[in-house]
Design a binder for this molecule. Structure first.
Ligand SMILES: [Ca+2]
Ligand SMILES: [Ca+2]
Ligand SMILES: [Ca+2]
Ligand SMILES: [Ca+2]
Length: 403
């Protein structure tokens, strides 16, 4: 009704306009009364046409939104008929009681993000990054325990419960890792995140029960994006932090192991999988959407890609039978470290000495000890750092938490 009224108003405005009137007069002189009617009809149809185009445009945008919403619901494992509503970014507390963070001192240093990589402000020209904290999550009580270092004390925070999967990442983009868990549900999974910047608690449904969480910064805005790899269809679902949009991309087979990393060094994580049967990494480069296959390792290996040489690009790397094999992106050369017990140890590679290079490291559940080969101490007596932190049953979650 509103549209019809608008057409009539426009028609009146055109008739009142001196320019429209003079044209109308000429038409009437040339073609008479019926010609005038015809011309007025054409003008009306022109207006109706313009309105129709605008309506179609609005309809198109609406359809696009509906399509994205349907994709989002599919990612959430929900029905497309809208019988279950998707609740995104609900500010609710997922636990019985408010988890109270232990007091932790502020570091004197300020840290910033450059692309997907953390750099210390005072060392911005060097290849330095905040050192990774030794940390574990205890499923039995839902506590996160962060080992204190110089200038900070031990931190313990309750966040999550038994059955959750840890998904630590920097979701708020302040350079510090947020305590975060993914809770698989019967129809959908829920992400619970405690922002390090302001302590805000966020929860949103994203992913399904059997999805493999694969959080990383895929859009390169410095904030971790919630993401899952669905083995049933080899599809990645990513909730972009930059615009809250959904990326759904089929890449890899269900039997592949997701191994995302920034292989092309553009500051955005690339979709990547490790396929044992062909002993290869398959990478979809974010910089040019190019496909890359890297044959490296052998069937049965565990993929451990990371930036071990500190050139800003993830290196293809695998772990098997207590040996790490790394293919350095900077030189194309490979190196083997014989390290750890493959039957019990967990790979916890990260940059513990803060030199911008990921260190080969394992955590041994039987004695709760961390064994770290510090990349900045090669050839020195303190090359291998050994620390007891955690116990059997804990889940190591090394990252930069100190705040
Ligand atoms: Ca992001
Ligand atoms: Ca990339
Ligand atoms: Ca590298
Ligand atoms: Ca290092």
């Amino acid at each position: 009704m509103a549209k019809i009224k608008k057409v009539r108003q426009n028609k009146r405005m055109m008739q009142a306009s001196p320019i429209a009137g003079s044209r109308q007069q000429k038409t009437a002189e040339n073609a008479g009364y019926f010609g005038e009617l015809l011309a007025a009809g054409r003008r009306s149809w022109l207006i109706v046409g313009v309105i129709a185009l605008i309506t179609l445009g609005t309809l198109g945008a609406g359809l696009k939104y509906l399509e994205e919403d349907a994709n989002r619901q599919t990612a959430n494992g929900q029905l497309k008929d809208g019988s279950q509503k998707t609740s995104l970014l609900n500010s609710i507390n997922p636990f019985m009681a408010n988890p109270t963070p232990s007091p932790s001192p502020q570091l004197s240093k300020e840290y910033i993000y450059a692309g997907g990589k953390m750099l210390a402000v005072e060392d911005a020209n060097a290849n330095a990054a905040p050192p990774t904290d030794l940390a574990f999550w205890r499923p039995s009580n839902g506590y996160w325990y962060v080992l204190g270092g110089q200038g900070s004390q031990q931190t313990s925070v309750q966040w999550g419960q038994s059955g959750d999967q840890t998904v630590p990442g920097d979701y708020d983009g302040d350079g510090k890792t947020d305590f975060s868990v993914f809770r698989p549900g019967t129809s959908s999974g829920t992400w619970y995140i405690q922002n390090s910047s302001n302590g805000a608690l966020t929860a949103y449904t994203f992913g399904k029960q059997d999805d493999l969480p694969a959080p990383a910064d895929y859009d390169g805005d410095g904030r971790t994006d919630a993401a899952v790899f669905r083995q049933s269809n080899g599809t990645w679902y990513i909730q972009r932090s930059s615009d809250s949009g959904l990326t759904a991309a089929q890449f890899g087979l269900g039997s592949d192991i997701p191994a995302p990393g920034d292989f092309d060094g553009d500051g955005k994580a690339d979709l990547a999988v490790w396929r044992g049967t062909s002993a290869s990494f398959y990478i979809l480069r974010s910089s040019d959407s190019g496909f890359q296959g890297i044959a490296f390792g052998a069937n049965g290996d565990t993929p451990v890609p990371a930036d071990y040489d500190g050139d800003g690009r993830a290196d293809a790397a695998v772990w098997r039978n207590a040996s790490w094999n790394i293919l350095y992106s900077s030189t194309g050369a490979s190196q083997t470290f014989t390290f750890g017990d493959p039957n019990s140890d967990k790979a916890v590679h990260n940059d513990y000495d803060g030199d911008g290079k990921v260190d080969v490291a394992i955590w041994r559940p039987s004695n709760g000890r961390w064994y770290i080969l510090q990349s900045s101490k090669v050839g020195q007596p303190e090359y291998q750092r050994e620390v007891q932190w955690g116990q059997n049953g804990d889940i190591p979650v090394p990252a930069f938490y100190r705040r």
